[in-house]
Design a protein around this ligand. Structure first.
Ligand code: FES
Length: 625
């Protein structure tokens, strides 16, 4: 088969690809993170590139006449037919994520302080053993010698594997028969042997997010977090949301394996950089915990997720069998046990279980609502006696997708908007303090609230006539200019359109309807809620008053709201440090009742009522005037 060279500018990165490959696939091979919201279907228009030189065939797709005139193509629809040079404009790159690792100081960071209800009781321990040197008279094998000493000195029945055995003879002799053995405490599995005094024991916590993957490295002997790092999930090239990924995994030959490898590559890159930075060998990482949503967990483990997407939405498993790093392909000690969080149902996954575990919702008397808003709004309501959960399809608007000038919360994203109600002039808060490039979820919420307050839109979200050049009519309806091209980082106006506003109202309506549906299922009212925990990166920049003003969140006193940051990662860290926490996670998932919102009319009725600003029932939002 013919091979061609694709060179990506401005970074001048070249890769060899087969004839017939498209530019998006080539970019993935080159490690260039091009936006691909629709997963390469040609419908989102986000993967813009320019072909500077060479032969291509453009298949067409969602590309405006203006973009066409400016020389743009869609990477996913551009077939390579010779050596080509491609330019990737900054607007098409995923960029450097700003909210991966920080919780903006809104809640305690650094789990390593275990919650009071848990003590440090990690899954691995180190046993220091003094073995008798063999003689002609006492000629037991190395393994028997070690197992007998372990039994005698520590009362532990050890279990060896071939991998452990392969290293054993040499290390015993080099160490003068005085060794540290790392053990899995659950079953006595022997994980590592090293000269006495050199044994170390680390754990890897993984937040397996659809958009980003964050990894944290803990020292299990003292419970301290050593470091953490994150990056975009390389699966993003197959689509922004989990459904696009399921379609790729189940509709393309080899698709599931491609997605599995993409997640593993992301985890491996992040882990390697952490291990290198702190001088830790992969073999010294002897346990891992992974928290992800149900579909992400299936994809990482290479399990067919097809039936999660089809009625009646059944996952292959909610609880996973005993797993090791070697069989999953994690880049740590291959014998390390891996604890993948259990799911509750298809759309309430291990990330939510980890969050509920970490926030101790299920240990409290008070009624707490836990919400994680992303493409799906997942929520859990309950206390120490009962827990119910649901997931509503909020759409990707709060993640900046499906919105004309939407983007993720990264440098250049507008996170706050102020509109003068007299002059309609605009003030913007931009992540990174640079020129704006688009609007992220919190900016969109702010924008909607301020447009309403300035009288530029009515309660249905329709634009009202106003004398300002910022409000203009287009073929698709009105749009409001938040930043002129001269002020933006890409030279184009940043706008919010009528269609964007309708989209946002649907998203916020779905989340609020989910909350109401949970409450009504247990015959409670909003004011019964004692605490609302906002989990996930979305909460970092969210203004509660504005979220209430548009009817996204309940109109309850500000002191009832708590931002909890990346609770998925924190739950995974907790499980590394406490065996009891893992047992609690299993029990939580089994105990949580899942409400399928597509059954019955309750959700749909609540959703229709919520398609106004803030709501058709104004009495639910007494503080919103
Ligand atoms: Fe190319 Fe969506 S149009 S990825």
């Amino acid at each position: 088969m013919n091979q061609y060279t694709v060179t990506f500018m401005p970074d001048n990165i070249a890769v060899q690809v087969d004839k017939g490959t498209n530019v998006l696939e080539a970019a993935q091979k080159a490690g260039i993170p091009i936006k691909s919201t629709c997963g390469g279907a040609g419908t989102c228009g986000r993967c813009l590139i320019k072909v500077k030189e060479g032969q291509i065939h453009f298949k067409g797709g969602h590309l405006s006449a203006e973009a066409r005139e400016e020389g743009y193509f869609l990477a996913c629809q551009t077939i390579i037919e010779g050596d080509v040079i491609v330019e990737v404009p900054p607007i098409s790159l995923l960029g450097k994520h700003q909210v991966l690792l920080q919780d903006k100081g809104r809640l305690q960071d650094g789990l390593a302080d275990l919650p009071a209800s848990y003590s440090l009781d990690p899954h691995c321990e180190i046993a220091t053993l003094h073995l008798k040197e063999p003689t002609l008279e006492e000629n037991n094998s190395d393994l028997n010698r070690l197992l007998m000493t372990l039994r005698k000195e520590k009362g532990v029945e050890g279990r060896a594997s071939l991998k452990f055995l392969q290293d054993l003879p040499e290390i015993l002799r080099q160490a003068g028969w005085h060794v540290d053995v790392t053990l899995a405490r659950a079953d006595g599995r022997l994980l590592k042997v090293s000269p006495a005094g050199t044994g170390r024991c680390f754990g890897l916590a993984v937040d397996l997010g659809t958009t980003t993957i964050v990894v944290s490295l803990l020292d299990l002997l003292n419970g301290r977090r050593i470091g953490r790092n994150g990056n975009y999930n390389r699966q993003a090239i197959y689509g922004d949301d989990v459904i696009s990924r399921v379609i790729h995994a189940t509709g393309q030959p080899g698709g599931l394996e491609e997605l599995r490898q993409a997640a593993l590559t992301t985890i491996s890159e992040i882990t390697s950089s952490l291990l290198n930075k702190y001088g830790i060998a992969p073999a010294e990482v002897t346990v891992a915990a992974v928290a992800g949503n149900t579909i992400m967990s299936h994809l990482l483990l290479g399990v067919n997720p097809k039936y999660i997407r089809l009625q009646p939405y059944i996952p292959a498993a909610n609880e996973w069998p005993d797993l090791t790093a070697g069989e999953i392909g994690l880049p740590i000690n291959p014998l390390a046990p891996v604890y993948v969080f259990p799911s509750v149902a298809s759309y309430v996954g291990g990330d939510i279980v980890a969050g509920v575990l970490f926030t101790r919702l299920a240990m409290e008397e008070n009624l707490t609502l836990f919400i994680d808003i992303g493409t799906n709004g997942e929520m859990v309501l309950g206390n120490k006696d009962w827990l119910i959960s649901c997931a509503c399809s909020a759409g990707p608007a709060f993640e900046g997708s499906g919105i004309t000038c939407g983007m993720r919360a990264m440098e250049g994203a507008i996170e706050g908007v102020n509109i003068d109600p007299q002059t309609f002039e605009v003030e913007l808060d931009i992540i990174g303090g640079c020129r704006p490039a688009g609007l992220c979820g919190s900016g969109l919420i702010d924008c909607l609230a301020k447009l309403r307050r300035a009288g530029l839109i009515d309660r249905t979200g329709n634009f009202q006539e106003a004398v300002t050049p910022r409000l203009r009519s287009t073929d698709e309806g009105y749009e409001f200019v938040l930043a002129w091209g001269a002020e933006s980082s890409h030279g184009k106006d940043i706008v919010i359109t009528s269609a964007d506003i309708k989209n946002l109202i649907r998203s916020k309506g779905a989340v609020f309807a989910g909350i109401q549906s949970l409450l009504k299922t247990v015959s409670l009212e909003l004011d019964a809620i004692d605490k609302i925990i906002i989990a996930g990166g979305f909460g970092n920049y969210l203004s509660i008053p504005n979220a209430v003003e548009i009817g996204l969140l309940p109109d309850l006193p500000a002191e009832k709201y708590v931002f909890a940051g990346n609770t998925s990662l924190k739950g995974a860290e907790l499980v590394l440090l406490s065996r009891q926490a893992w047992l609690d996670a299993l029990e939580l998932a089994r105990k949580m009742t899942y409400i399928e919102l597509s059954v019955g009319n309750l959700f749909m009725e609540e959703f229709v009522s919520a398609l106004f600003l803030p709501h058709t029932q104004l009495e639910l939002f007494p503080s919103v005037t």
